[in-house]
Ligand binder design. Structure first.
Ligand code: FES
Length: 576
């Protein structure tokens, strides 16, 4: 690679041709503040917070390519004043309710203003007015806080290819909103929440349900049961200054008991159940040659994406409910029966790394006998908020274990939290069930990692090969489906997670300022695979409590009873 020699703040450095000044500065440990920039995703150079001095000019370092002999200064009086002026202008048109904002303390604008020592806003004038859009069941939009960085548009359009929001109007009236004046809840939005993760301020956040949970816990007539998804345990600690990539499973369980939940269950149990149901469904479809490829249905963002964009492929989606909905259904039936509790008194709370699960929880078809499978969904961030509100010293909690019988799980279930996990878990079980042989090498490295599309193949004892593909991020999912529809590719099994990296990077996971997103995905996934390796049982069909639930209640996978409780259907939705 051709190199160019530049000087930044007196330090000489040779960087690859094409490197931006911002990247070059980061390479040698010089920090330049940014707001609109999002490496690899959003490069409009619109905010100008990242200006640097090059000769007589002030230029945006995120868009400035390093050129031979360039002499760059990042920390002069002129640079500092320019950055301050830019941030003051942004603040002059920003709703200033920082103390009550959901991003208080985690806001990039707040942090930059503090870093630049801004103690007053010099500019006064008209402020843009907008109604708060509460139409979505998952996401709230408050345009009065929007800084027009465009990150949400880039991630929604370029990464996810959903195009639910875009620019409208011009000049002072410029806004980010859905086309044709629609509200977010009326659009093709999949509720993945990636827009929330990239928003630097509080213009986008999840619909909060914390008060509903406190209310249920304080109601003596309710039996409140909580379940947690696998990715929550590798994200929650970050909210309590525990470094990224650490699992806090035991502390999380202890905190949930302290909050007052009557039982603490693990959604991983239902992930094992999903493998039993979905694996059997796949084998039946292979036998009959029907509705192939089978597409996973664990991710509600992906399911809604298919409903809007590929309604002709709804029969390809697995009919399995997602794991937390299965767990909810089993809590209100099997568990309620076992404990002699009136299911109508049970409130099931799901703690998810995801905001789309809030939408999913309200789907009419996800209920039984008029009772919703899951009553309330909280994100990892909302759980952290409850723990803080309750004054629990999270970091110093003694580890506790999940309750049983719906709290025992395997390594196969844990890896549902990252891209490739569902496929790997399914492959482990399908091989053993069909061959009757013990699978020696169970780590399917080929479906791991953050490559956007990954392919794998296993051979069944009858000689039939099952070809699987794993995609994460809806842009990659679209590529896979388009290849299948055009006949370019032929798969039997498709796993998709809507969020890039899978649930570890879900829209409900903690915000991290000053951390490259890719590092976070990799670190959280590493923690998930470590748990898988450490568990004594790593295949879903070997979970003794799974055997027990089939013996005592469901009969067998895909039985009439399991169809009643654990399977669902989908609806066609408008494309626009
Ligand atoms: Fe460079 Fe916004 S971060 S212009």
């Amino acid at each position: 690679m051709e190199k160019v020699n530049i000087t930044i703040d007196g330090i000489k450095v040779a960087v690859d041709k094409g490197t931006t000044v911002l990247q070059a500065a980061r390479q040698i440990g010089i920090r330049i503040p940014t707001l609109c920039h999002l490496e690899g995703i959003n490069k409009p150079a619109s905010c100008r917070v990242c200006v640097v001095e090059v000769g007589p000019r002030l230029l945006a370092s995120c868009a400035l390519k390093a050129e031979e002999g360039m002499n760059i200064k990042t920390n002069t009086q002129r640079v500092r004043e320019a950055r301050r002026a830019v941030v003051q202008l942004i603040l002059s048109n920003h709703k200033g309710d920082c103390t009550t904002c959901p991003r208080n303390g985690k806001c990039e604008l707040q942090s930059i203003a503090n870093e630049l020592n801004i103690r007053e806003v010099k500019y006064e004038g008209e402020i843009s007015k907008s109604e708060i859009d509460m139409s979505s069941l998952s996401i709230v939009r408050d345009n009065e806080k929007c800084v027009l960085c465009g990150r949400c548009i880039s991630v929604c359009s370029d990464v996810q290819t959903v195009n639910a929001i875009g620019w409208s109007n011009r000049g002072f009236d410029t806004k980010v909103e859905p086309a044709y004046g629609k509200l977010l809840g009326e659009t093709v939005c999949t509720n993945c929440g990636q827009c929330i993760l990239v928003c630097p301020v509080g213009a986008l956040h999840e619909k909060e349900n914390i008060k509903d949970v406190w209310k249920a816990i304080s109601d003596d007539d309710k039996y409140v049961v909580v379940q947690t998804a696998p990715a929550v345990r590798v994200g929650l600690g970050e909210e309590f200054d525990i470094p990224v990539g650490n699992r806090v499973t035991g502390k999380m369980v202890a905190a949930l008991r302290k909050l007052g939940f009557d039982n603490v269950f693990d959604t991983d149990f239902a992930a094992d159940l999903t493998i039993m149901e979905e694996g059997t469904e796949l084998l039946k479809r292979l036998e009959k040659g029907e509705n192939l490829p089978l597409m996973t249905s664990c991710c509600p963002g992906w399911v809604k994406f298919v409903e809007h964009n590929y309604p002709d492929m709804l029969d390809n989606l697995s009919t399995c409910k997602s794991p937390h909905e299965m767990e909810g259904a089993m809590i209100k039936s099997y568990f309620a029966q076992k404990m002699n509790i009136d299911p109508a008194k049970i409130v099931v709370v799901s703690i998810m790394p995801c905001v789309a699960k809030k939408f999913e929880g309200e789907r009419e078809e996800l209920s039984y006998n008029g009772l919703k499978d899951v009553d309330i969904v909280l994100t990892t961030r909302e759980l952290a908020q409850m723990i803080k509100e309750a004054g629990i010293d999270f970091a110093n909690l003694e580890d506790e274990k999940f309750d049983n019988p719906l709290g025992e799980s395997t390594g196969a279930a844990v890896i549902f939290g990252t891209t490739g996990g569902v496929a790997e878990a399914a492959l482990r079980t399908i091989f053993e069930i069909t061959s009757g042989k013990e699978l020696e090498e169970i780590d399917y490295e080929v479906v791991r990692g953050i490559e956007g599309i990954k392919e794998a193949e296993i051979e069944l004892p009858n000689g039939k090969k099952v070809s699987a593909v794993v995609a994460h991020g809806l842009g990659n999912a679209r590529k896979v489906l388009d290849m299948v529809k055009s006949g370019e590719k032929n798969y039997e099994f498709i796993e998709v997670m809507a969020c890039p990296g899978g649930c570890v990077n879900g829209g409900g996971q903690p915000f991290l300022l000053d951390k490259e997103e890719t590092d976070v995905k990799i670190e959280r996934a590493r923690a998930i695979y470590e748990e898988d390796k450490a568990l004594p049982i790593r295949k879903s069909h070997k979970n003794p409590y799974i055997k027990q639930i089939y013996d005592e209640f469901l009969g067998e996978p895909n039985s009439h009873k399991s169809h009643e409780y654990l399977h669902t259907h989908y609806v066609k939705r408008e494309k626009f």
